[in-house]
Design a protein around this ligand. Structure first.
Ligand code: F0G
Length: 362
């Protein structure tokens, strides 16, 4: 039987040759595009979610990391470094291990979800908790890679964008054309950059020379930042970004200009959503759609619902929302009630009558 071979091999004709000198893969990509009838009902659109938590390390970062680590391995690199709010470090650590490389990760002190921290440690990364936020970590990682024999695998590395653009290809391949609207969370803005590149190339615009177009159009790109970490929306960097969605707690995105380009060229928007809206969307995704995500991943759904409430989602529009990371990365939010209280499991003795009783069966 055919097994999905990872994005570098599956999309070989659409990716640069240098990625194939030494392919380092964990079988990333090929993630489910799941119809979301509950979101369709709430918005009047035809909504699908692209479940990127199904990648090998539980986030979309694996698409970019297979490319960045393969390219580094092809050049004979021995060590890589990244700054991360967690998912990039988990992914870099896993792919570096696979390639036999050393991986250093710089994470903001105390602001990274336990699941992600565990992954980086489990995969043998040299983990440094930096006294500063993500933006400080990224500045330091860039300087380290300039001055020492270590390659930078953050999304400012163009190979990362090449790998991540394959998610747009998969969506078009499944739907038969680009959606009308594509929603996603925005942090450092690498992913919106990558999706826009992928959608454009599949529509025969820039890149992919000589290949037939696979789509007749490009979608509007709708990006959403957390309100306490919304530099692109505000138009200036945020010195002390704050949000419960730690993955997108970023005040000075590296791909800021590319995000603006994607927004403007696509006729889209970049807006902000509050932590309350993010947590409400997180609950809807778990309890109604059946997809468990980490909080940052719910920002795209939160933004879509907010715009639908304002009457800004055209009836019947085909909408894809990328949910970027798995709920098990940062599971504590499921155990918190909307009023801030904790979920307390009901205790019962081990007899069937008490259990039936507790379940309200008679
Ligand atoms: N969603 C999740 C789950 C993320 O981990 C990130 C970024 C984003 C969305 C935003 O994507 O940065 O390309 O705009 N996480 C990075 C990290 C910063 O270090 O793992 P972006």
């Amino acid at each position: 039987a055919h097994q999905w071979r990872g994005v570098i091999t599956e999309y070989a004709d659409r990716l640069p040759d240098h990625l194939r000198e030494r392919v380092v893969t964990l079988g990333e990509g090929g993630t489910p595009l799941v119809p979301a009838p509950e979101l369709s009902r709430r918005t009047g659109a035809d909504v699908h979610v692209k479940v990127e938590g199904m990648n090998p390390t539980g986030s979309f970062k694996d698409r970019g990391m297979t490319a960045a680590i393969s390219a580094a391995a092809g050049r004979g690199a021995r060590a890589v470094v990244c700054a991360s709010t967690g998912n990039t470090s988990a992914s870099a650590a896993a792919y570096a291990t696979r390639a036999g490389m050393t991986c250093a990760v710089l994470v903001p002190d105390g602001k990274i979800a336990m699941g992600k921290l565990s992954q980086a440690v489990a995969h043998g990364a040299r983990l440094l908790q930096v006294d500063g936020n993500f933006d400080d970590c990224l500045v330091a990682a860039r300087k380290l890679a300039e001055a020492y024999p270590v390659e930078l695998v953050n999304s400012v590395n163009p190979d990362r964008i090449e790998g991540q653009k394959t998610a747009a290809f998969e969506i078009v391949d499944v739907l038969g054309d680009a959606p009308d609207i594509h929603c996603l969370p925005v942090g450092n803005a690498g992913n919106i950059t990558a999706y826009w590149k992928g959608f454009r190339e599949y529509a025969g615009l820039g890149g992919g020379a000589g290949l037939p177009a696979a789509a007749t159009r490009t979608p509007q790109m709708w990006g959403f930042q957390a309100a306490g970490a919304a530099p692109i929306v505000k138009g200036h960097p945020v010195d002390e970004p704050e949000t419960i969605a730690t993955a997108i707690r970023i005040g000075n995105p590296a791909s800021w200009q590319q995000a603006l380009d994607a927004r403007d060229a696509s006729g889209g928007v970049i807006e902000s959503v509050s932590d309350e809206q993010i947590l409400a969307a997180h609950r809807i995704l778990s309890a109604e759609v059946g997809v468990f995500v980490e909080p940052a991943s719910a920002a795209g759904v939160a933004g879509l619902l907010a715009r639908a409430e304002q009457g800004l989602v055209p009836a019947g529009a085909r909408v894809v929302v990328t949910v970027t990371g798995h709920g098990l990365k940062d599971p504590q939010w499921a155990l918190r009630l909307p009023d801030g209280g904790d979920v307390v499991p009901t205790r019962v003795s081990a007899d069937v009558v008490s259990i039936a009783d507790a379940l309200g069966l008679d």
